[in-house]
Design a binder for this molecule. Structure first.
Ligand code: NAP
Length: 287
């Protein structure tokens, strides 16, 4: 079974971007700039934001971090988003999710200028992705596609089964695979006979957030397995399937798998960096 090394590819993507950013800076007189907004002190969110900031610093993207207290009101957050929307020096805006319960997440995501929406979650970008147009594509699905392409994994005509239908991962992933000419099945918590469907997946993408739900018996022989899940089990980082109790049997059955850590996670960050640079280039051209 082949391990699909997302960490190595992400490193390569970021080093190519660093060279491009240096060139763009000389040409346009400014570096791309990402603004991250973090509300509250959730440790997981803080750690994700830290990795995003670190990657920006490594490759020459300016990164402004706005940390707001948990008590921030929706109105205050909307005012900040409007300020960032109107700031000509800001290319990308990222609001770290989840937001505190008293804030309507959609109201915030819908207020971000869709042209600065690095996460691709604004309805305009969702619609553009559905129309196979030049959408800003959500970072995790984009990173998964880049990894499959870099590994020369054929997608056209394949049956791709996606478990999970979140706006962040499952839905845009399914849409992207459809755009790549796969036949796509999307499964979720109300799916009847999940194993029957997963056994048909030549490419199986798992984005559930529950380890050990999918075992070797649920895989098609020779499947390419993409594990999006990030779970903390007894202080250890595990995927939805990678490092699960059935890993030995999974290794015998799957043709390839993304590890956790070192698979989808770093590709998500590399894709975020790509999105910031892409938005910067679009904005510089339209100036
Ligand atoms: P989410 O919003 O909680 O969505 C989980 C999805 O899994 C839902 O669609 C849910 O179905 C489905 N599901 C839950 N239990 C199921 C079951 N027993 N059978 C079938 N489907 C089931 O989570 P998410 O944001 O998509 O993230 C999923 C996982 O990926 C999490 O572990 C998250 O931490 C990880 N993640 C990793 C990265 C990365 O960069 N590596 C990025 C994003 C997310 P319903 O819709 O019916 O509830």
């Amino acid at each position: 079974m082949k391990i699909l090394n997302g960490a190595a590819l992400a490193k390569k993507i970021k080093s190519v971007l660093a060279i491009e950013i240096e060139y763009l800076m000389k040409k346009n007189g400014r570096a791309p700039k990402l603004c991250i907004v973090l509300v509250g002190d959730d440790p997981a969110s803080a750690s994700y934001v830290k990795s995003k900031q670190k990657s920006c610093n490594e490759i020459g993207i300016l990164c402004d971090l706005n940390i707001l207290p948990y008590s921030t009101s929706q109105k205050e957050l909307l005012t900040l988003i409007e300020t960032l929307n109107n700031d000509p020096d800001v290319d990308g805006i990222l609001v770290q999710l989840p937001l505190p319960k008293h804030i309507d997440q959609n109201a915030i995501l819908h207020t971000i200028d869709y042209k600065k929406d690095v996460d691709g979650l604004h309805p305009m970008n969702v619609g553009l992705l559905n129309q196979s147009d030049d959408a800003i594509i959500p970072c995790t699905p984009k990173g998964i596609l880049s990894l499959l392409r870099a590994e020369d994994i054929p997608i056209t005509g394949k049956h791709c089964v996606v478990i999970g239908r979140s706006n962040l991962v499952g839905k845009p992933m399914a849409q992207l695979m459809l755009r790549e000419n796969a036949s796509v099945t999307v499964c979720h918590s109300k799916t009847r006979d999940l194993p029957y469907l997963t056994r048909q997946g030549e490419i199986l993408i798992i984005a559930i957030g529950h380890p050990n739900l999918v075992n070797a018996d649920m895989l098609k022989e020779g499947a390419v397995v993409v594990d999006v899940g990030i779970n903390n089990v007894d202080g250890k980082l595990v995927g939805d399937i990678y490092n699960s109790i059935d890993l030995t049997n999974i290794e015998k059955k799957a043709a390839a798998i993304t590890p956790v850590p070192g698979g989808v996670g770093p590709m998500t960050i590399a894709s975020l960096m790509e999105n910031v640079v892409e938005i910067y280039k679009r904005r510089v051209i339209s100036d």
